[in-house]
Design a protein around this ligand. Sequence first.
Ligand code: GLU
Length: 298
Amino acid sequence: MPVAFEHMTQTYRGRFAPSPTGPLHFGSLVAALASWLDARANNGEWLVRIEDIDPPRVVAESDKYILNSLEAHAFVWNEPVSYQSQRHDLYKEALDQLGAQTRTYHCRCTRADIAAMGGTYDGRCKNAALADDIPHSVRFAVDKSARWEDLIQGPTELGKAGVQGDFVLFRRDQVYSYQLAVAVDDWQQDITHVIRGYDLFDSTARQLMLLNALDINTARYGHVPMALGSDGHKLSKQNQAEPLDGKNASRNLVAALQFLGQETAEDLENAGPSEVLDFAVQNWNIDKVPEQQSIRVC
Ligand code: GLU
């Protein structure tokens, strides 16, 4: 049964979806701020979802640090924070539905096998019909390319090569994949606009492929540039990027606004963080966000 219209809503609903793998850093602030501003400037709602789908990567208590840090920067969210670890039933349902549509298959290849293929999965298990008792992951069989009008980067089309081949929905260690969980959550939470970092650009194609296969109305997507450190790598919690200091919230917000190409005002960093956000929402112009994949920040 097509489920496309069950979750349709007219209200703008945005979200910020950090993984609890460490404290927030400047790159996460940029994503939080851009999604918050676009939501508020469109009289929309803004949700926070903790993406604790991958137990080995979760750092205990980091969800609390993340939420405190968001509060220190004066962000307010509209609904209780959701946790992916509590939503497995929804992921299972979607996985079963895709399986029933014969859009998935079992794959026994390891990371090392895929590295030996040059990083793009070549689909070798697709017709192998592996027995259930052989350790395996479950992959999505990509057919059509994904197309979207990116709110920042413009018209985009990514096909099978652009997503590095058929991708995993359920890992051999029995963990639902990030791609499946995020696609299902954005759908089930009625998210209408996903504004996030360019590091997730390919992931958008994967998530759209899944949602299209499930016949779901999809959100609009916009990708802001990634913040790179002095070594040219993306700032990330895993690279021990410097944690945001809540005591410098206004200064951090002004730096994030500048990164996003937005107007600031003299002495804005001496105002309180909620005043900075008020100023920013009144002046938010998504067309000024640089159409770049990344920007070096230090
Ligand atoms: N959880 C992802 C991260 O922290 C972001 C997911 C998303 O915005 O879709 O990188």
